[in-house]
Design a binder for this molecule. Structure first.
Ligand code: ADP
Ligand code: MG
Length: 303
């Protein structure tokens, strides 16, 4: 027997390096008319590297001790920023302390007890919101925020480190755009008639800089996982069928809410891979427009 068109499209998608989980998904891929892309790990390679280590003078910490504390707290996390911080500490030969009472909040950061003291590592905006308004702590927080802003202007993702609830330093992480990011945005724009939107938990400065490099105008930054869902619902409220592409735990709710969710497979979190309708196994973003085109061709054969 000849294979039904949607099944041969699934086989074809597999040859392109995309695992499409069902014939229903294969069909839905061709219906999408709007796309929302995550930034870190999706438009970028998701292999950030620590480029700046900036202890605050008020902390009396050196660069090595700041990095060691942050890496100790991040050690249990699977977030790409966490892996970068741990790698940077290892490269410098630092020995990490155990992270006790480790907790991770998607889109915010991590907390743990390191050497008996509470350490928090995460998004400056979110951690600083909780800072006390005692005058000394306030000045320290303002200094940390200024360093973070300076790093973000340069396109870095700034990560704040706090000990005992007080900022002690800022790390700057650099990530590279995927080589096929701009071409993929152009193909998706041609296929759907509208440029994709960028949904990111990262800071607005770094997000805007990257968006302008790839041809994206609709940038929504500083989003928590639920904010990504709200953005998807907003597009759907406007009558669009949204394809979401993401890689992180923080993308899972949006992948589930989307008309069709696609996860980046190589570095993607387990939760994203399970939640998504399709998984990009070969780690090439350009396969997204390719499978949309495959679906449209198959649907023409079905009817
Ligand atoms: P994106 O949406 O671009 O993939 P995330 O939602 O995963 O980004 O993260 C958003 C922000 O939250 C990061 O830029 C970082 O500031 C902070 N963050 C999240 N998890 C961590 C972590 N484990 N360590 C440090 N910062 C974190
Ligand atoms: Mg991501």
């Amino acid at each position: 027997a000849t294979m039904p068109p949607l099944l041969s499209a699934i086989a074809n998608a597999g040859r392109h390096g995309v695992l499409v989980k069902s014939a229903v998904v294969m069909e839905r891929l061709g219906q999408v008319d709007a796309v929302a892309l995550d930034k870190t790990g999706t438009l970028t390679e998701g292999v950030p590297r620590v480029a700046d280590v900036r202890p605050l003078p008020s902390s009396c910490l050196g660069e090595r001790e700041l990095l060691r504390l942050a890496a100790s707290a991040e050690h249990p996390s699977e977030h790409p920023l966490a892996r970068a911080i741990v790698d940077a500490a290892r490269e410098r030969g630092l020995s990490l302390s155990p992270a006790e009472d480790f907790e991770s909040t998607p889109g915010v950061g991590v907390t743990a007890i390191v050497d008996g003291r509470p350490v928090a590592v995460g998004a400056p905006g979110r951690l600083l919101d909780g800072a006390t308004d005692a005058t000394a702590a306030h000045a320290t927080a303002a200094h940390a925020a200024a360093i973070a802003a300076e790093l973000e202007e340069g396109g870095r993702t700034a990560v704040l480190v706090e000990v005992d609830g007080i900022p002690v330093g800022v790390l700057g992480l650099a990530d590279r755009l995927r080589p096929d990011a701009a071409a993929t945005v152009a193909s998706l724009t041609a296929l759907t008639g509208a440029a994709p939107a960028l949904l990111t938990g990262d800071n607005p400065r770094a997000a805007a800089r990257l968006a302008s490099e790839v041809g994206i105008g609709d940038v929504r930054a500083g989003l928590l996982p639920q904010d990504k869902v709200s953005a998807v619902k907003e597009f759907e409220g406007a009558g669009r069928k949204v394809l979401v592409v993401g890689d992180g735990v923080n993308d899972a709710p949006a992948l589930a809410a989307a008309h069709t969710g696609v996860a980046m497979g190589r570095a993607g979190s387990d939760l994203a891979l399970e939640t998504a309708d399709a998984v990009i196994v070969r780690d090439e973003l350009a396969t997204v427009p390719a499978v949309i085109a495959l679906s449209r061709r198959a649907r023409r054969l079905v009817v």
